[in-house]
Design a protein around this ligand. Structure first.
Ligand code: SAM
Length: 288
């Protein structure tokens, strides 16, 4: 079947359906087949896989995925795209389309009821305005999946891989590095999309770690500390954390905990590595 992502075909589809692209939904459709091949290769798909695609648009990436796996569950918020998708993808009988907001779907419940014990992967060209909420939702709800391969803004990919004491380093870097091994597969220029975004993009693969598979109560506390630490990143960790209402720690308790892991009481949150945040969590959990 002709590729939906060919520039000429994409333009035809938009014109024939008189579809108006919506900026508020981050609609930038992929028109480069080499990049689509790179996403598919990078996602490491197997024939028995179930793939969740967030935001199928007019089906450009959906078509590539459907040719590789058992079933694609495509979740699209824009109801005007649903009849278009049903038409552009009519030759495939392994695509299920849901007209929902990904941030409101009970993904975990859906996977447990409809795809129990299946290998599930997420593959998507994400709507950039909600990249972080989507990733945090997947992590926090502990959705039972094997890997995530996504196109995101290049700057967000840099934040995901950032190291301590850099300006990109923050709560997102720590969450991504705690729950996954992030790896950029390919950088993608604006010319690969219709319409062209203003920023560069990256395809990144997040291979999930054992921390993701075995989440514990301590994780909640770890992320309370991390979020607290970056609320005021120019202040010392002692000062920032002592003012977090949900953490309930005194300055003295934080100073003692830092001393136990050989860190200065003057250290800022942005200087702590993931391992140091993990150690700090353990020490603080043990107190009392
Ligand atoms: N997958 C297509 C492609 O690669 O050409 C389209 C990608 S486009 C960057 C993002 C898609 O996500 C759009 O189709 C948009 O309507 C959809 N979208 C935006 N917000 C969404 C949400 N909250 N839930 C589900 N889909 C959403």
């Amino acid at each position: 079947m002709d590729k939906i992502s060919k520039p000429q075909r994409t333009r035809e589809i938009i014109e024939n359906y008189q579809f108006t692209l919506k900026k508020k939904f981050g609609q930038n459709f992929l028109i480069n087949q080499n990049i689509l091949d790179d996403i598919i290769k990078g996602a490491n798909l197997a024939p028995e896989d179930i793939v969740i695609e967030i935001g199928p648009g007019i089906g450009s990436l959906t078509q590539y995925i459907a040719e590789q796996v058992d079933e694609v569950l495509a979740i699209e918020i824009d109801k005007t795209l649903i009849p278009i998708l049903e038409d552009t993808l009519s030759e495939y009988d392994n695509i299920r389309i849901l007209n929902e907001d990904i941030l409101k779907v009970d993904l975990k419940g859906l996977l447990e009821s409809d795809y129990k014990n299946r290998s599930v992967k997420i593959v998507a060209n994400l709507p950039y305005y909600i990249t972080t909420p989507i990733i945090m939702k997947i992590f926090e709800e502990h959705v039972p999946i094997d890997s995530i391969t996504i196109m995101i803004q290049e700057e967000v990919a840099d934040r995901m891989q950032a190291k301590p004491s850099t300006k990109e380093y923050g709560a997102l870097s720590l969450a991504v590095q705690y729950y996954s091994y992030p790896k950029v597969i390919v950088k993608v220029p604006p010319s690969c999309f219709v319409p062209q975004p203003k920023v560069g993009s990256s395809v990144i693969r997040l291979e999930l770690t054992d921390h993701y598979k075995n989440q514990t109560e301590d994780d909640r506390f770890l992320f309370q500390l991390i979020r607290g630490a970056f609320q005021q990143r120019r202040k010392t960790l002692v000062n920032t954390l002592a003012h977090q209402p949900n953490i309930h720690l005194t300055k003295e308790e934080i100073r003692e905990a830092l001393a136990k892991i050989d860190l200065s009481e003057k250290i800022r949150g942005e200087a702590l590595s993931l391992q140091e945040f993990i150690e700090l969590t353990k020490v603080l959990k043990k107190r009392g």
